[in-house]
Every structure is written in structure tokens, then in C-alpha cells.
Design a protein around this ligand. Structure first.
Ligand SMILES: Nc1ncnc2c1ncn2[C@@H]1O[C@H](COP(=O)(O)OP(=O)(O)OP(=O)(O)O)[C@@H](O)[C@H]1O
Length: 219
């Protein structure tokens, strides 16, 4: 039998020395983050610390001034503000995004709509949806192609409690299927759901395990 050990798979996401300024405001100042497959990472930090800036940079929607991002696999990004077309229905959004991702069917989309409990709005245009339902669609579209890495910017804003709990079931399923999930959160009470807390302070991330508060960790 071969004796050599199998090399470890590459991390799902690696960011090194990220810098980003808005004018003279230097928001990211050398942020580093490595996320392995099957890990659930919370990005925490005070208002204005740069959490959304970090996620946009990781998602590639905001160019950084310096630094390197290596993504292994496909990406799903759920931004804080839904990027939806107000005159299209839920069903039309699913179809357009499925076509953009070259999906052969809408099975995953229907599964997510069912899981988040908004089937009855299938034929409703986005302009007539509530904020919480728009956010459900926003999240569905980010997850539609079952990406390997998920970047979720406060994904449950406006969710009722039942949907919030369903969201966590969904995330547990993603983790169990070896997806890497990064979530911006402000909710202290949910922090023990995560493998790692990445605290953004002065433009840099310091990592600790959620269960063993304070100890340094790798994600
Ligand atoms: N497009 C922009 N132009 C100029 N300044 C910006 C821009 N986007 C964000 N900022 C500033 O950069 C800083 C970080 O903003 P960011 O939204 O990333 O913080 P955050 O940690 O996500 O905040 P919150 O917890 O309030 O959502 C803030 O001071 C914000 O005002």
C-alpha cells in the first residue's frame, strides 16, 4: 500500500494583505483571511469597521488597492443591498440567474424558495415584495448554483424568526457538504454557531475560535 499521505486540499478562500481606501480613509489595512472547506466564519466588528468593504473585495466587486485573493471553486455573494430588478417576478429572477449560471434545471432554486418559505410570491414582481421577502430572493440567487464559497453580508436582515432558524438549517447543510461560508453578523448571541470569529479592527482581522473565545485560530 502506498505510504505517502494525500496532500491537504487548498483552502477554499485565501486573502493576503488586503488594503482599501476611500479617498484618504484607509479602511482595510492589511487584512488576511484563510477559509478552509467546510468552515463557517463570522466577520464581526463595529459599525464602519469595513466588514462590507471586506466582503465586496473578497467577492471581487470592489477592486482593492493592494493584496491578493485566491478562490478555489465557485463563488456565491449575497450583498447587503439586494441587487434585483423591481419589474421582474421571483420566477423570472430564478430563470435568468439559472441561465446565467448555465444550470440545466431550477430544482435548487425551487428547493431554496420552499426552504425559505416564499413559494406564494413566485409570480409577484420584486417592487411588490416586502423587504424580508426580497432578502430571501437575494439569498436564493446567491445560493442558486450551489457555490463552493459563500459570502453573506447580513443575509437574514428582515427575516422573521422561523425563517431565521431555517436559514441556519440551510447553513448547517452547506457546511456539512464542505462549503466554505463567511457571514457578516452583528448578533452576539449567535456567535457560537460559527467555527471561527474574524474580528475586523483597525483594518485587520484577528481570528479566534467561537467555542474557545479568545484563542487564536486558523479558519
Ligand atoms: N463607497 C464609499 N465611499 C466612501 N466611503 C465609503 C464607501 N463605502 C464605505 N465607506 C466608508 O468606509 C467605512 C467602512 O464601511 P463598511 O460599510 O465597509 O463598514 P461596515 O463594517 O460594513 O459597517 P456596518 O456595520 O455599519 O454595516 C465607513 O466609514 C464607510 O463610511
Amino acid at each position: 500500500m502506498p505510504t505517502g499521505s494525500t496532500p491537504a486540499p487548498p483552502p477554499a478562500l485565501q486573502a493576503r494583505d488586503l488594503h482599501k481606501s476611500y479617498g484618504r480613509h484607509h479602511v482595510l489595512r492589511g487584512a488576511d483571511l484563510t477559509v478552509a472547506r467546510g468552515r463557517l466564519v463570522a466577520v464581526v466588528g463595529e459599525n464602519g469597521a469595513g466588514k462590507s468593504t471586506l466582503l465586496k473585495a473578497l467577492a471581487g466587486t470592489l477592486p482593492v488597492d493592494r493584496g491578493r485573493i485566491i478562490l478555489s471553486g465557485t463563488l456565491g455573494y449575497c450583498p447587503q443591498d439586494p441587487v434585483l430588478n423591481g419589474s421582474l417576478t421571483v420566477a423570472q429572477h430564478l430563470r435568468h440567474f439559472a441561465a446565467a449560471h448555465r444550470l440545466s434545471d431550477l430544482d435548487r432554486g425551487h428547493e431554496l424558495v420552499h426552504l425559505l418559505g416564499y413559494e406564494r410570491y413566485d409570480q409577484t414582481v420584486v417592487d411588490e415584495l416586502s423587504g424580508g421577502t426580497r432578502q430571501k430572493l437575494n439569498l436564493t440567487l446567491a445560493l442558486l448554483h450551489d457555490p463552493d464559497v459563500l459570502l453573506l453580508d447580513e443575509p437574514y436582515q428582515g427575516f422573521d424568526w422561523e425563517t431565521y432558524l431555517r436559514f441556519w438549517n440551510l447553513v448547517e447543510d452547506l457546511r456539512a457538504r464542505d462549503k466554505a461560508v463567511v457571514v457578516i453578523t452583528h448578533l452576539v448571541f449567535e456567535q457560537d454557531r460559527f467555527d471561527v470569529l474574524a474580528d475586523l479592527v483597525d483594518g485587520r482581522l484577528s481570528l479566534r475560535t467561537a467555542a474557545e473565545g479568545g484563542r487564536h485560530a486558523s479558519a
